[in-house]
Ligand binder design. Structure first.
Ligand SMILES: [Zn+2]
Length: 129
């Protein structure tokens, strides 16, 4: 079966605290988060910028979270103000996954990996195999 797997990475700087955490992570602090997006599809699609079906999806749509927090992304924002869920790396990955799914064509398997530090990261997908 023809299969395309798109990969892209981006970073954003953000402040957060983990609500209810008994320790220093419960206090406001910052990270440079790194995010890896993996999008797998068996067909190609058009996008807002390309009418013909020649893309899995637009890289721009996978990188929305890198945008300024005053323009709909996470950069230089306070994550606790930008999402309802607690701001663990697990929940950030889940949130980015859910919000990205709304912006890309259906039928794409998405995996979102979020690094909170260089040595600690988590992946989220809704397609357990
Ligand atoms: Zn933290």
């Amino acid at each position: 079966m023809p299969t395309w797997i798109l990969h892209t990475e981006f970073k954003f700087d953000a402040a957060h605290y983990i609500d209810g955490y008994d320790g220093k992570c419960g206090r406001m602090h910052g990270h440079t988060y790194k995010v890896h997006m993996k999008a797998k599809s068996h067909k190609l699609n058009p996008s807002a910028y390309l009418k013909t079906s020649d893309m899995v999806c637009d890289f721009k749509e996978l990188k929305w979270a890198a945008k300024d927090s005053e323009r709909g992304g996470f950069d230089h924002g306070v994550l606790n103000d930008l999402m309802q869920e607690n701001t663990t790396a697990e929940r950030i990955a889940e949130y980015i996954h859910q919000e990205t799914k709304k912006r890309i064509p259906s039928g794409i398997e998405l995996e979102v990996t979020v690094w909170e530090t260089e040595t600690s990261w988590v992946s989220y997908t809704d397609n357990d195999v």
